[in-house]
Every structure is written in structure tokens, then in C-alpha cells.
Design a protein around this ligand. Sequence first.
Ligand SMILES: Nc1ncnc2c1ncn2[C@@H]1O[C@H](COP(=O)(O)OP(=O)(O)OP(=O)(O)O)[C@@H](O)[C@H]1O
Ligand SMILES: [Mg+2]
Length: 618
Amino acid sequence: MKNLAYLNKYLWKYRGRLTMGIVFIVVGNVFNVYAPIVVGQGIDFLVEMLQINQLAQPTASIAVPPVLQYVSSLFGPTASIWQIPQAEVYGMSLRVALYLGLIYLGLFLLKGIFLFYQRQTIIVMSRRIEYDLKNEIYEKYQDLDSGFYKANRTGDMMNRISEDVNRVRMYLGPAIMYTINLVVLVVMCIAVMWGIDRELTLYTLMPLPFMMILIFYVSTVINRRTEQVQRQQSKLSTLVQETMAGIRVIKAFGKEKFYGDRFKSESDAYKALQLKLVKGDALFMPVITLLVGLSTILTIYIGAGKVMVGDISVGVIVQFVFYVNQLTWPFASVGWVTSLVQKAEAAQKRINAFLAVESRIQNSENAEVIIPREVTLSDVSFTYPESGIEALRNIHIQIPEGKNIAIVGATGSGKSSIAQLLLRMYDPTIGRVLSQSRDLREVDVHAWRVQIGFVPQDVFLFSDTIAHNIAFGLDDATQEAIEEAAKMAGIHEEIVRFENGYNTLLGERGINLSGGQKQRISIARALIKKPTFLILDDCLSAVDTATEDWILSQYQEKLKGTTIVSFAHRLSTIRHADYIYVLHHGEIAEQGTHQELLQIGGRYAAMHQQQLEKSPQG
Ligand SMILES: Nc1ncnc2c1ncn2[C@@H]1O[C@H](COP(=O)(O)OP(=O)(O)OP(=O)(O)O)[C@@H](O)[C@H]1O
Ligand SMILES: [Mg+2]
């Protein structure tokens, strides 16, 4: 239970509701315990009437059932003995039975009302805590660095916020409610029974411990099998999901039968487990019925003996049988509640471990807001903390304000890693990233990122309209601003040719764009910010050279004053660069202007020569 202690702060927050809930449970159970008393007294009354009926005296004196005495005393003076003519005994019996029936019904109505409020307080409390906890986890997600996201699978993270929280909620709602209910009911029932006849109480309750043990055993089996079924089910759905996602590849490789067979075998395993579970479930009710029956028989057998010697009345036996039945369900649910608590404990343990993760990227206390205009990477080496891969070594790069700097290099040379450092998605392992002679670690990271225009290498578009995807970069973007950005990214013409223009839906419910179209929408998203600092990570790789040429000339014209860093392995992309760095295996191999680099006759010149031969346009 030590992990669940984390939730105590929430229970404290909603202590008012919790207390009310407990009060409702207690009051509701008072009616629960009282109802069998009414029945018992009714039976006793009828037995008395039967006896009187056989006496054949002119008038009969009848003891009024205490319940009825109590209720009628609420309305006025009350007799405890009725003197009635013998002829009226039959009619009187019926009337009393009716009154007692109404009282019994009234008690259950009241109990129902309190049950309603008991759920309204405790279950509602659990839903509120669920909401709070989800928000807490979500905030944590937003705060964590990108390294965390690489190290953890999306499915796991989704589970944390949905399934794990749900398990915790089952503890906060049903588990707490049933436990309190069980304790209150047991205490009350046993107190009442004990007050009537101790010996009979002991006999009646004797089978209960056995029932608990058996139920506990059966529940454990059921829980274990339920878990197996759930695990198999998630295996099955993962398989289906993967098959659906990769259906084009599967078909193209003719692997339908292979996947079909795999599905069948997983599905067979699932069926077998389900059948085993059904067997366990089927055992549950008979076990309970058996033991309740045993308890009932004992009560009647021992009770009857006591009635014979005049220790108790017949009504008491009936009352006790009612209590046995009332206690059955709460006891039967002990196994279920235990498993709820165990699951919640495991879930909360995972949640706690996650909440304890510290983001590697954090704002320092007096972080300054500065506008990104120029950046220097000063003797930077960088190793990915989550994998230990060294991506950059002794990098010194200067990106002066308003200049267009290019960084070229083969695949895997470390280009995207530099982009990550510029955005402060990571901090360098050695060295510093500086802007206006401040270390980025002292700069407000949120403000820094908001002002940078970043076009990532792998485009991500939301399942939303094109307009919203572009406007994502800027709060309250106007249609003009969106179109202007789209024009600069060289995609406007293509968008207006779609039937719904800018309102075209993308993604699962909408259309699919080509790789080059996606790239340019991603560029428009960065440009709409009118950033002072633009990072382009290989973002024209899927665009043909003519379109690329046109877009680049646009930048020359319209982005005057903007600092641009572009990463590429195609040299045509960087032809307008003021200064070029050549990256090789995470180190800077050469640097200079285009002309200078050609003169050096090293890697750059070789790349240039090679690409020139491939495409006549350069
Ligand atoms: N998140 C990551 N975790 C661990 N290692 C990484 C990560 N991202 C990149 N790397 C490694 O860092 C090195 C540099 O990768 P990077 O993505 O910076 O290259 P790149 O120049 O952008 O390549 P490309 O042109 O293919 O995009 C590679 O060895 C790569 O395996
Ligand atoms: Mg890259």
C-alpha cells in the first residue's frame, strides 16, 4: 500500500466528500440492519395470531409489534396491547402484515436514497481525483525532454495516463466504498445479532471464515486467469494494429498467409484462456451458494432448538437468515476488492516512478528571455544520454545575425543533432551553446523555442485542416498570414487546387499529401511565425530542384535580416549560403564560402563534383 499513499493528498483534498460518503454508508446500513427486524417481528406477530385464533375466547389481547408501536408513537399516543373481539383477529392480522410490509418498503426506499448519495459522493470523488491525476501526468509529459520520449514507448506512456489511472480510480472509488461498507455492515449486523443471542450468532457466522478462504482462493484463480486473458488480448490487438499499419508492406511482400496464421494461433490461445476463465467464474457462485446454504441450515437447526426451549422466537431465526444473506455479497466481494487494490498498487507504482523522472532540460531560476538572433556553438561535444552514442565532437560553429549559414554532411554526420542543440532539446555534454554571450542554459527555454522557426527533418502534420496545420506556428493567425506563408513555402498554388482548398483535411480522416507537399506545409508552419532565427533541417530533400530553386530565391528576397541555418546533404540547397561548414563523422572537416571550399579541393569540392555530374542543373 505504500505506493498508494501518494494518493492521500487527493483524498485529503476531497475529505469533505469522503466524510459525507462514510456518513451515507453508515446511515444506509442502519436501514439495512433494521429491515430484518421488521420481518422478524411480523413473523412473531403472525405466530401469536395463529395461537390466539385457536384459543376461541370472546376477546383477544394482542401484543403490538414493537416496530409498529414505534411508528404509531410518532403520530400520537400508542397502546402496547390491543383488546379486540375474536372475530376481528383475522382482519387485524392482514392489516398489521400490510403495515409492516409498508414499513419494510419504506426502509428500502430510504436505504436506496442513501445508496444513491453514497455513490454520488465516493464515486464522484474518485472521478475527480482521476481528472486531477490525469492532469498531473499530462503536465509531466509536457515538461519532459525529448530524450525521455525516445527512451519510452508511446504505448507505455498512453497506458500510464489511461489504464493505470483507471486502475487507481477503481481503488479510490469501488474499493474504498466496498471496504468501508463491509466493515460498517459487519459491525452493525454482528452487534445486533450478538445482542439477541450470542450462541446462535456464533453458529450462524461459523461458515463465514471458510467462505472467505474459499472465495479468496477462487478469486485468486479468477484474477490470475483474467490477467492472462488481458495480456493475450493486448498481444492480439497489437498484432492486429501492426498488421493494419503495415498492410501495404505485408501485401507487397505477399505475407498475408503468414500474418493470417499468426493471428489464428494467437486467437486460439486467447480462446483457450477465455474458456479457462469461464470455468473459474462458473465455480464462484456455487461456492458462495453452498456456504450461505450451510450457514442458513445451521441457523435454522440451532435456532429451532432454541425456539423449542423458549430462548428465542421464530422471528429471530428469520431475522438471522436475512443477515446471513446480507453479509454474503460484501464477503464475496473481498477477493475482488483485494485484487482491485493490488492492481491499483502496481499501477500507482508505475505512475510514481514516472512522476519522479526529472526533465533533463529545465529552466534555471532566473532564466532570461532573449530573442534568438545569433548563436555560437563553442567547442561542443555531444553524446546522446539515452544511448551513449557520441554524435558531435569539438564543434565550433558561428551563426552571426542575419546571415545564411549552411551545414552539410553525409547521412549520420550529426546535422540533426546540431539542430537539436540549437533548439535546446538537449544540452551539450561538453562546451556551450551561446547567444548574446549567454549560455542557453540560462535562457528561458520556452520563450527561446517559441521564437525560433524550425522545420524538422521528419515532417509531422496533425490530422486537421491544412490551414490549422500552418497556423499551428502562430497564435491567432489570419487567413492572409496563412496564405502568405504558404506562398513563400511554394505550396499555395497546390493547396488552392484541392477541392476544399485550405480547409482540406489531412491524415487519417482526410487526404494524403506527397512527401514534398508535406515538407512545404511544414516550412509554411515555421515561416508564419516570421521568426528571427530559422532552422531548416534537410527540409527540401523531397522537393525537386526547380521548386527548391524557386523557394530559395524567395527566402533571399523576403527573409532579409533573418538568421538562417540550413542543414543539407544536397549542395543545391545551400547555394545561397554565406558560409558553409562541412561535417564529417560528428566533426567539422572544412569550412568557408563556396568559392573557398572549392579551392581547398577537399571533401566539399569532391561532393560538388559528384553532384554536378549527377544533375545537370547543379
Ligand atoms: N535520439 C538519438 N539517440 C541516440 N543516437 C542518436 C539519436 N539521434 C541520432 N543519433 C545518432 O547520432 C548520430 C548523428 O545523427 P544525426 O541524426 O545528427 O545525423 P544527420 O547528419 O542528421 O543524418 P541524416 O542526414 O541522415 O539526417 C548518428 O550516429 C545517429 O545514430
Ligand atoms: Mg538529420
